[in-house]
Design a protein around this ligand. Sequence first.
Ligand code: 3HC
Length: 318
Amino acid sequence: MTQEMDLNQRFEQYIAADQKIEAKDWMPDAYRKTLIRQISQHAHSEIIGMQPEGNWITRAPSLKRKSILLAKVQDEAGHGLYLYSAAETLGISRDEMLDALHTGKAKYSSIFNYPTLTWADMGAVGWLVDGAAIMNQVPLCKCSYGPYARAMVRVCKEESFHQRQGFQIMLTLSQGTAEQKELAQDAFNRWWWPSLMMFGPNDATSKHSEQSMRWKIKRFSNDELRQRFVDMTVPQAELLGLTVPDADLKWNEVTGHYDFGPIDWGEFEQVVAGNGPCNRERIDTRVTAHENGAWVREAATAYAAKSSKRASSQNSAA
Ligand code: 3HC
């Protein structure tokens, strides 16, 4: 048996035994490639995802809400850095990943290309987008690639705070004045379907799902997680006294799930292709921030070089 077959067989045995693959372990190139793709795009999503909410930090209705939103946006930055670091263990550099994002070669979640028009959007984003993210990310804590799975454990703990604070905003608004309730309903109407799209295309058209599930990167399919999200969120909407913007939504006694209407995959494809409401703005803002931060990176690199030079001259003097 060739050496490669041996290694591949050992890799498959690790996966079958639910053992984690670590950065130093041999892995098929295709496994490495799809992990770099998914983890780097996940990181991009976290970083770009700071913009829609960052848009409301200066306009939060109270100091308490402002500090909660600040903490959430800072968390997202941390999630991004965690995930870039996890991707770097696979042999790609931060510069390569950022270049792919800035030049449009890499994707990030479609959801972040929608505008946040009112304060109620902060509630809808926390409740729905972070709620969908938790649904999708908790299974990733059991992903076969160790660094990714471990990054997800920390991320998921913070996501639950994100989702709770969003739901709390929606509860406050839905129990407030008629105008506030209308703000909450309007935000729900605008964020419901894009949140369902976060889980990716239907299983029948998903390019990567089958292989990703065989490699235990993905533990559930796009449609399974989407269905779980709908089943979990509809009762929450009822508790808020809000109407799910889907005339086809109906409880199915036979399946024990909610049936829901068709997703506009044409819209999804347009947004993923870069033609969503905010795609251009999101990337321009990101590139400008990166360029404005060049001096910080240069100063940190110069300081690190100086410190290591000082350390090595002290070592040789000792
Ligand atoms: N937005 C943009 N692109 C999407 C997408 C979406 N919502 N859903 C799928 N795609 C892309 C995929 O990246 C893939 O394109 P690629 O080959 O160029 O990468 C293509 O559509 C086919 O989709 P697949 O279902 O075959 O791809 P995956 O198996 O990778 O599944 C996924 C897509 C479910 C998003 C999976 O990549 C995943 O679970 N990623 C990790 C979680 C993640 O990235 N979540 C994004 C949101 S992060 C977030 O919400 C932060 C929170 O703090 C708010």
